[in-house]
Design a protein around this ligand. Structure first.
Ligand SMILES: *Cc1c(COP(=O)(O)O)cnc(C)c1O
Ligand code: SF4
Length: 342
């Protein structure tokens, strides 16, 4: 079965309840649900299904609050050439394409991604590479998009080879949802394209619920890990998807057993029409505190907020140090307080 891409197709699968606002929601962002993700949806309880919530358009997307932004993390202000974002001196984002295997309704680039959004032309890609060559302070290039693993293996291999040929680029990081949502794409040729000869390549895996790690996804991750590619996990904290401690604990454990080191737990960005996914920072911090007491350090992500306006990411806690000016007081993972000299 092909990927579902229209409201009619979703309706045929019984994924929608009629609502006049759905057409507007569908216009605000492309739709794509891969067969692997469709197979995971529990039709008996669509409203609370963590997979359906992520990919099926909701009437709530038409509700835009005053705090929400078209460019929630201020990428545009930091883009010196098309497709490239240079916010931190030592690393850049490079976005060769806007296409994704699925379209996540909470996406912070929801106004940019989609089949209509064009890939960089050969000349634009060359201009981005020229910028990287001309800036020796760039130590790391992060390929994102869209989803870089949607490129044909040969094109991805050529892009990685071009970056590998720039001596000051020590690390190439690729961020992708493909191994989880479309694991069949992770074939020998694609894995081989992810092996630069000189630079180190790290692969970030976007995964929000343990249920996404199907046997096929686990095999795809195993093929990548067996090829020697270090894997890290990125999760977005989402109301109704993973905003309870049991779900997060199961996800982090599942990632580690797939040899994926949890890296970031992202506080949801102020994206237009995503209020139904938002969680308070206090709740996020309480979840992180609970995880600290339950999970191996290996399975702990860092909880981060991307500060609106292009100011970058900051870890947002929770804090374990008290604010007593006369003594250092630390709180342990179980809530007890202890004095620490100094
Ligand atoms: C997230 C991001 C990075 C990578 O940040 P890390 O903390 O290194 O993962 C780099 N540049 C931009 C513009 C980003 O948004
Ligand atoms: S795969 Fe990533 S970039 Fe694409 S829609 Fe989902 S969150 Fe956005």
């Amino acid at each position: 079965m092909p990927t579902l891409r229209t409201l009619q197709e979703l309706d045929r699968e019984g994924l929608l309840s009629p609502d006049p606002r759905l057409a507007t929601a569908a216009q605000s962002m492309a739709i794509a649900i891969t067969p692997e993700m469709l197979a995971l949806i529990d039709h008996g309880d669509l409203a609370h299904d963590p997979i359906a919530r992520q990919f099926v358009p909701s009437p709530a997307e038409t509700e835009v609050s005053a705090d929400e932004l078209a460019d929630p993390i201020g990428d545009e202000a930091r883009s010196p050439v098309k497709g490239l974002v240079h916010r931190y001196p030592d690393r850049v984002l490079l976005k060769p394409l806007h296409v994704c295997p699925v379209y996540c309704r909470f996406c912070f680039r929801r106004e940019k991604v989609g089949p209509g959004g064009e890939a960089l032309s050969a000349a634009e890609l060359e201009a981005a590479l020229a910028y990287i060559r001309a800036h020796p302070e760039i130590w790391e290039v992060i390929l994102t998009g869209g989803d870089p693993l949607m490129l044909a293996a040969r094109r991805l291999g050529e892009l990685i080879a071009a970056l590998d040929a720039i001596p000051h680029v020590a690390v190439i990081r690729v961020h992708s949802r493909v191994p989880v949502v479309d694991p069949g794409r992770v074939m020998e040729e694609l894995v081989a394209s992810l092996k630069p000869r000189r630079a180190s390549l790290w692969l970030g895996i976007h995964c929000n619920h343990a249920r996404e790690l199907t046997p096929a996804a686990r095999s795809a991750l195993a093929r990548l890990a067996d090829a020697g590619i270090p894997l890290m996990g990125q999760t977005v904290l989402l109301h109704g998807v993973n905003d309870d401690v049991e779900t997060l604990e199961a996800l982090m454990r599942a990632l580690v057993t797939c040899r994926v080191k949890p890296y970031y737990l992202h506080h949801p960005d102020l994206v237009r029409g995503t209020g139904h996914f938002r969680v308070s920072i206090e709740h996020g911090q309480a979840l992180m505190k609970a995880l600290r007491g339950r999970l191996s350090g290996l399975a702990q992500p860092t909880y981060v907020l991307d500060v609106p306006g292009g100011h970058g990411k900051v870890p947002i806690g929770p804090a374990y140090l008290g604010d007593d000016p006369d003594a250092m007081v630390v709180e342990d993972a179980f809530g007890a307080r202890h004095r620490y000299p100094g």
